[in-house]
Design a protein around this ligand. Sequence first.
Ligand code: HH2
Length: 275
Amino acid sequence: MTAVSVRRPLVMGVVNLTADSFSDGGRFLDPATALSQARRLIDEGADILDLGAESTRPGAAPVSAALELERLLPLIASIRAVSDISISVDTMKPLVAQQAIAAGANIWNDVTALTHSNDAPAFAAQLGCEVMLMHMRGEPRTMQDDPHYGDVVAEVERYLLARAADAEEAGVAPDKIWIDPGIGFGKTVEHNLALLNALPRLCARGYRVLLGASRKRFLGALSPSAAQPQDRLAGSLAAALAGARAGVAAVRVHDVAATVQALDVDAAIRLSGRS
Ligand code: HH2
């Protein structure tokens, strides 16, 4: 008999090396604290660590490539000294991605979906790493100023498929491409809910899908007890489970242990329902 299995999404734990991230800004700026946070997320069961040195929250100030690298490279080296976990680097700058990959990162997570410069897709192809292409409307500084869409699902899907096609044309292998609807990036609460409902459709497009809903502001609008980012664990888990049921390949989260537990139980329930 062939073994039946239900694969749960990979869990990507966030380590923000930023002064101003919306949920944990400034907490892990010190290199030793950042490393201990990374180790903690590994111990809690993270499959991927997502390291970001520039906040993308609405209104965030840009950070120079030099400062991003100053924050990222020592941490990548110290994680690599203790673990072979997959590391993604959350940056829009090709040169930062290049140096991070050279230092031991495996994945380029780009919230601008390789549009920051004309040569970004060629850069990604040359690096040979996995790339995560996220949808964002506008830029972080202004993206939440009254975002409008005709049909948010169709527009986000069209954009992501066009960006993936561009990456493939530049030489990125299709199995290295991830797509991500960019929850909260130039979207109202209703847009985010429509996209969460459309995850099965996105997952059917042949690319791995990443979902990042953890602690985001729309959760606070949906439940009165979730006003502050640190009070949004339960809502974040609900979104992660919706992603798991839709077939996403990974969820990007701040609370790794709780997410692993919720996804493990959910996978076991689904598995037992099949037997
Ligand atoms: N969300 C954030 C940052 N990077 N990358 C992808 N691919 N998808 C996401 O949904 C995503 C992302 C925002 O969360 P956080 O890192 O906690 O905050 P900040 O951008 O303020 O550092």
